[in-house]
Design a protein around this ligand. Structure first.
Ligand SMILES: [Zn+2]
Length: 192
């Protein structure tokens, strides 16, 4: 176990890795507030004042939960739907009149799409006529690409669903394998 770090809140040297049974937060996104819950979240916690520090891994899980709460497409879903249509990032960005860098950030998860853009994406992915209307290549609205892609997507989706349905169960305890790696400072330690 690593030595406790200094707390940026109370200045006590009492910040230690801890796995929270459930992390809860209210997060505002795109003008709305969402209550987000993440089970078994490895964080750094000040034992004196209770302040929490989230590393990149923890942040990513919280952002995923926010996407789930807001009902937005996940990065992998955007990427997979695009590939299903055999479009490059540059092509899809062009068709939607957005910057390629923006689409890239949605697909890597470093940026969350606005609700309006999420609707646009869903409509584009689901409605062949809309793709035709937007001037997308013919193969994207003839529909032959979808079956090829479906399998890959189902697999990834079921993985997602497996994770999320598990995440929605009341948390009894955190499995040891999950209580790993808090490496906010480059140091690694077992949080148990
Ligand atoms: Zn503190």
């Amino acid at each position: 176990m690593m030595a406790p770090r200094k707390c940026s809140g109370c200045r006590e040297r009492a910040v230690r890795p801890e796995v929270l049974d459930v992390y809860r937060a209210e997060i505002e996104h795109d003008g709305r507030k969402y209550t987000v819950e993440v089970p078994c979240l490895a964080v750094l916690k000040c034992q004196a004042c209770g302040e929490l520090v989230l590393d990149d891994d923890a942040d990513e899980r919280v952002i995923d939960a926010l996407r789930e709460a807001a009902g937005l497409l996940k990065p992998a879903e955007i990427r997979l739907h695009r590939k299903e249509l055999k479009l490059t990032q540059e092509q899809l960005a062009g068709l939607l009149s957005i910057a390629e860098s923006t689409l890239s950030r949605w697909e890597t998860g470093t940026q969350i799409q606005q609700r309006s853009m999420d609707r646009m994406l869903r409509a584009f992915f689901e409605v062949p006529e809309l793709r035709k209307f937007f001037g997308a290549p013919e193969h994207t609205w003839r529909g032959e690409a979808e079956i090829v892609y479906q399998d890959e997507f189902q697999l990834t989706r079921s993985e997602h669903m497996g994770f999320w349905s598990a995440a929605k169960q009341p948390v009894v305890h955190c499995l040891p394998e999950r209580t790993v790696k808090v490496s906010a400072t480059g140091q690694e330690g077992m949080a148990a």
